[in-house]
Every structure is written in structure tokens, then in C-alpha cells.
Design a protein around this ligand. Structure first.
Ligand code: AGP
Length: 620
């Protein structure tokens, strides 16, 4: 959840670390800190509560000077956001500076032990035990690397750790344990950089016009980075020959594309996200879905008994839509469950169960934890994921890559739309292989999908109208989002987007359930957003809208273009194009994303970095 950057080279470390931290703020922004080894070989620290900008600026008047350093942006777990709890942490003798992402599960036990031995603690964090453990190793005469390695054996849990040491100003030690925290290492031209994720290492990587080469640490691996190069080893200190990945120039371009926020830019990229997700997976001439490398043989697909879809947050909403798609297009029983719950159940699954995990990051601890449980039980496991080289991809047998490009806004948008595109493909593929869909059905479905990028683009062109609606609805402090069938998860996603970026209380509910409780909430203070396209459940949702209107509620309805009947019932409407059922969730979501976005902007919220959240939740 937290972000880590460390640099060693021949340039001033501060601006490089500062820029890397700003790029990692999507992981957390409760506090930030930088430590640099100054020209006298002394460790110097700067810390702030809140965002990285609180430290100053990349090239401000008073940055710390030195050619090696590290920094951290924090999402608080152990200890509130405060100066004392901000990283980097150091030991009693101020010898090492440590930044950490993850949780030291046995920290209390270690802390008591270290305190009994005379170590004094300055913070409430679990991280601080790491600094004292390294100090203990150094006191016993171990080298920096060996003390760091020894510390790695003492702590329990999933984490990424990076350290520098005074007197060793040309060296960074980095380690990954378990799956909670990623570590990427890049080295070019006498400069080494370590980060939690690719964006952090961009300041160095982008200097290479052809892209650069990076190493991703696996669990139980350590890197020692110096000006001369990088040495990788395992937890026994045995040298590793690590395969490096080339990063393309496109991957290292991150900007807002002229938009005010990343979220808006990413919403606007959705036609492209749909098209990229379809690329090379559909044979439009033959009218078929092709999933090259799909790990189940046709016989195994035919023998499947059910599909379980798992994810968290927005990805869970996608999973719930996927359940409908797998049932209606794939002809198989399907269920969707929050990965955070699923991982602690003891579900009956076997090799005739296909589990599909969904995740933008592929690093969400709950999702990866559930995937590991699934593998142990012998079910078949694939993942739908946006980030490349993610933990989810490593655990799964097969990855359906979203190919949406990096998503920076904490609120997932284009990756939700990409997930729905891929779920359509997967469900059609399963139905096609199992003979549940006829050749004509498949042709119709892929032709419909071919239209999806255009339809999404059309909706985006009405942004000015959504912005006008946002002005009217931004005054409400309570929202109820209603949907039915495949559109119930759309209501949940609409509510999630609104609450996470505007802090407005919003509930997503199956419209038919409203009369069993939430109807008591309806009054002039509550806005209801009803997803009411002209499909099989249209009359039912219309009745639910009448029930709200009869109780003085205000209704904004998402309707099919030209639906005058509903337009006369609702206070306001948003039209979406006439489209087959399986595409409606994608289309209905786009205006809800923009509505949430504009309401949040009008209310002065920090859209790209909403309070308390982090883009990638690598803790339970
Ligand atoms: C999305 O807007 C949220 N910020 C959040 O719910 C997110 O979808 C969730 O944390 C899962 O992330 P993942 O897709 O990377 O697994």
C-alpha cells in the first residue's frame, strides 16, 4: 500500500526520489519522508504528515543534498499518520534508514525482545523493528547486506523493504517477502533506482529512449544496488541470475493528457480500453471468440461444472456482472464473491471448477490470497488483470491482460470497462466451446462487441450534459442507486464511484429489494439514481421509480434513448443507446462515472487521491 523509492548514482538524489514518490502517491498519502546520505556521509531526514508536496518540491530551496537516498509515501496501518510514524525510520545509532511496505506480523514479539535488549523505539510502527534488527546484525559485526538478510529471516508477513546505511553511501539493499509489496529495480549509466512500481523508477528509466530493462523481485529475493550494477540473491545469500524485462517507451509515459485529473483522462480513454481488450481475441470474419493459449482444453471446458468469479471493490462489481454473463452466454452455473470473504471460506471446489479472479493491479492482498487458496484446492484458475507481471498473473494458470495502459486515478474506471469487455469475451468463448451458443449467436455477440467502443465514445461526447446534471445533484448528501438483474452491480459501481471520490453517502441496491427496507430512507433529501434500460425487467424498475416518486423522492433515471414514458416519470434522465443486454452495464456505467467525477470536482474533493484510500490495497 505504501510507496518506496531509493536512488544511488552521481546526481542529487532528492529530485529523483521526490518525483518517484509523487508518482507513487496513488498507493497512499498519509505521510511522506526522504532520507539522504549527505556529502559528509551522515544520514539526513525530512518528513511530513500528508502528501509528498509537504516535503517541499523537487528542486526547492532547501532539499537535502547527496547522491544516495530513499523515500516513502505512507498508507497508515500501525500508528496514526504523524511525524514520528512517517518513514524512513532509523535505529538507535542513526546508522540505517529503512522504508517499508506491508506488515511485520510478529512485530510486537520482536519489539518486546529488542526493548529488553536495550533498543529504544521512537514510533508506533511495525517498521521500526526492522531498523533495530539490522542494527543488531551490524553490532554483531555483520556487513550491511548480511545484517539486512538476517533481518529478513526474523520478520514474518508479506512486505517490501529498502534500506540505506551511512558509511555505505553507494549501496541500497531491497527485499521482497511474500506477496504484499512489489519491488522493481532499474539500473542505467551508473545510476540505480528501486521502487514499489514502474512509475517510481521512471525518472531514471525514461532517460533511455529505447525504454529500459527492469528486474521485478519475487518473494524471498534481495537486490543490492550500487553505482556499478545490481546483484540479486535469494534468502540464503545465493546469487541469482535474474531475467530482466524490457519496458517499452509507451509504458513510461504518464501524464494527464491535458485533462484536469487522471480520472477524467482515464474515463475518456475507455473506447480505446474496450478496443484494446478485444484486440486479437475476436475473429470478426468467422464470428468467433479466440483466446490464444487458454489453458483448458475444449474437453475440459465442456466438463466444467461451474465458474466462480472473485475480486474486491470495483473488480467485485465486475465479477457480479460476469456471473450474469457466464450464466446467460456460457450456460454454466456461476457465482461471484468478495475475495476477502472467499479466502477464509472452505469452499467446495475441484478441477471442474473454473475460478476467475479480476483485478486492476493484480496485487490486491485479498484477491491474491484467495487465488492461492484456490490453487491449493486444485481448481482451475485464470485472472483478468491490467498490470503486467503482477502477482495474480504468477499465481494463475493464465492471464487475460486488460491492456488498458496504466491507471493512476484511485477510482478504477477504464479497467472496469475493460474487465466487462473481457468477461463478455470469456462468457461467449465458454458458450461457444460448450455448444451452448449457436454459430449465429456467437456472430451476433461478437458483432455487438465490435460496436462497443463506438457506443462508449458516443456517451463520452455528452459529458457537458452530465456536468450540468452534476450541478443539480451535487447538493444531495444521500444517494440510492437502483438496478435489477445484470444492472444491479452497475448500481453498486455507480454508488462506489460517488462515495469514494465525493464522500457522499451512497448505496447501491437491487431495485426489487428497496421495498424491504431502504424505501424508509426516501424523502426530499435523498436522490435516487435508477438504471432503467428497456430490457426484460424494465416494467419492474419503472414500478420501483413510481414508488420513489410517490414518496417525494428525486429520481435521475438512466434510460434507453427515446423512452418518453420513463422520461415523464423521472425528474431527470440520462440516455444510453439501445443495445443488447450484455453491453448495457458497460454503457450505463460511463455516465455514472462522469456524474461522480463532476460532483466530486464541484464539491472540491481530491478526485485522483481521495482520503483514506489507496490504489493498490496490499494489506488485508
Ligand atoms: C475502485 O474504484 C476502488 N478504488 C477499489 O475498490 C478497487 O477496485 C479495489 O481495491 C480492487 O483493486 P484491484 O482491482 O486492483 O484488485
Amino acid at each position: 500500500m505504501c510507496g518506496i523509492v531509493a536512488y544511488v548514482g552521481h546526481e542529487d538524489a532528492w529530485p529523483i526520489i521526490f518525483e518517484g514518490l509523487q508518482r507513487l502517491e496513488y498507493r497512499g498519502y498519509d505521510s511522506a519522508g526522504i532520507a539522504v546520505i549527505d556529502p559528509n556521509g551522515e544520514l539526513q531526514f525530512r518528513k511530513t504528515v500528508g502528501k509528498v508536496n509537504g516535503l517541499g518540491s523537487a528542486n526547492g530551496s532547501n532539499p537535502l543534498h547527496g547522491w544516495a537516498g530513499l523515500g516513502h509515501t505512507r498508507w497508515a496501518t500501525h500508528g496514526k499518520p504523524s511525524h514520528a510514524n512517517a518513514h524512513p525510520h532509523t535505529d538507535c545509532q542513526n546508522q540505517v534508514a529503512v522504508v517499508h511496505n506491508g506488515i511485520v506480523e510478529n512485530y510486537l514479539e520482536l519489539k518486546r525482545q529488542l526493548q529488553a535488549e536495550g533498543h529504544r523505539f521512537a514510533s508506533e510502527t511495525d517498521t521500526e523493528v526492522i531498523t533495530h534488527l539490522v542494527e543488531e546484525g551490524l553490532d554483531q559485526g555483520l556487513s550491511f547486506e548480511d545484517a539486512f538478510l538476517r533481518m529478513g529471516h526474523a520478520i514474518k508477513g508479506s512486505q517490501a523493504i529498502t534500506a540505506i546505511m551511512q558509511g555505505q553511501e553507494g549501496k541500497i539493499c531491497a527485499m521482497r517477502l511474500g506477496y504484499a509489496g512489489g519491488i522493481v529495480v532499474a539500473h542505467t549509466d551508473g545510476q540505480g533506482i528501486v521502487g514499489s512500481d514502474l512509475p517510481a523508477v521512471l525518472p531514471i528509466l525514461r532517460r533511455d529512449r529505447n525504454g529500459g530493462r527492469v528486474g521485478f523481485l519475487e518473494s524471498g529475493e534481495m537486490a543490492v544496488v550500487t553505482r556499478e550494477g545490481v546483484d540479486y540473491c535469494d534468502m540464503d545469500g545465493k546469487r541469482l541470475n535474474k531475467g530482466l524485462r524490457t519496458v517499452s517507451p509507451e509504458e513510461i509515459v504518464i501524464d494527464k493528457g491535458g485533462r484536469r485529473h487522471f480520472m477524467l483522462k482515464e474515463i475518456m480513454e475507455q473506447p480505446q480500453a474496450v478496443a484494446s481488450a478485444l484486440r486479437e481475441r475476436v475473429d470478426f470474419d468467422a464470428g468467433r471468440v479466440e483466446l490464444p493459449g487458454f489453458p483448458l482444453s475444449s474437453e475440459e471446458v465442456i466438463n466444467l461444472q461451474r465458474v466462480v468469479l472473485i475480486g474486491c471493490g470495483t473488480s467485485l462489481n465486475a465479477a457480479m456482472i460476469g456471473r450474469h454473463l457466464i450464466e446467460t452466454l456460457g450456460g454454466l452455473p456461476a457465482e461471484a464473491e468478495a475475495a476477502s470473504e472467499y479466502r477464509y471460506r472452505d469452499p467446495y471446489i475441484d478441477d471442474r471448477t473454473l475460478v476467475v479472479s479480476i483485478g486492476q493491479s493484480g496485487e490486491t492482498a485479498d484477491t491474491v490470497g484467495a487465488m492461492q487458496m484456490v490453487r491449493e484446492k486444485g481448481a482451475r484458475l485464470i485472472t483478468i488483470c491490467n498490470a503486467e507481471d503482477s502477482q495474480a498473473s504468477r499465481v494463475a494458470e493464465y492471464t487475460l491482460q486488460m491492456r488498458s495502459g496504466i491507471e493512476i486515478g484511485v477510482a478504477s474506471t477504464k479497467t472496469f470497462i475493460a474487465s466487462l469487455t473481457i468477461l463478455n469475451l470469456l462468457a461467449t468463448y465458454i458458450g461457444q466451446v460448450r455448444g451452448y451458443l449457436s454459430a449465429e449467436d456467437c456472430r451476433r455477440l461478437v458483432d455487438d462487441l465490435a460496436n462497443a467502443p463506438r457506443l462508449v465514445g458516443e456517451l463520452l461526447s455528452h459529458d457537458a450534459a452530465y456536468q450540468r446534471l452534476a450541478r443539480q445533484y451535487s447538493k444531495f448528501n444521500h444517494f440510492l442507486f437502483l438496478g435489477r438483474g445484470i444492472n444491479t452491480p452497475v448500481a453498486m459501481e455507480g454508488a462506489l464511484k460517488l462515495k469514494e471520490i465525493s464522500y457522499i453517502h451512497a448505496e447501491g441496491y437491487p431495485a426489487g429489494e428497496m421495498k424491504h427496507g431502504p424505501i424508509a430512507l426516501i424523502d426530499t433529501e435523498m436522490a435516487t439514481v435508477a438504471i432503467a434500460p428497456k430490457n426484460g425487467l424494465y416494467d419492474k424498475v419503472l414500478n420501483n421509480i413510481k414508488e420513489v416518486k410517490a414518496r417525494n423522492g428525486t429520481v435521475l433515471a438512466v434510460i434507453t434513448e427515446g423512452d418518453e414514458d420513463l422520461a415523464s416519470e423521472a425528474d431527470h434522465t440520462i440516455s444510453i443507446p439501445q443495445a443488447p443486454d450484455q453491453l448495457i452495464p458497460m454503457l450505463a456505467t460511463v455516465p455514472l462515472q462522469l456524474l461522480a467525477y463532476h460532483i466530486a470536482v464541484l464539491r472540491g474533493c481530491d478526485v485522483d487521491q481521495p482520503r483514506n484510500l489507496a490504489k493498490t490495497v496490499t494489506v488485508e
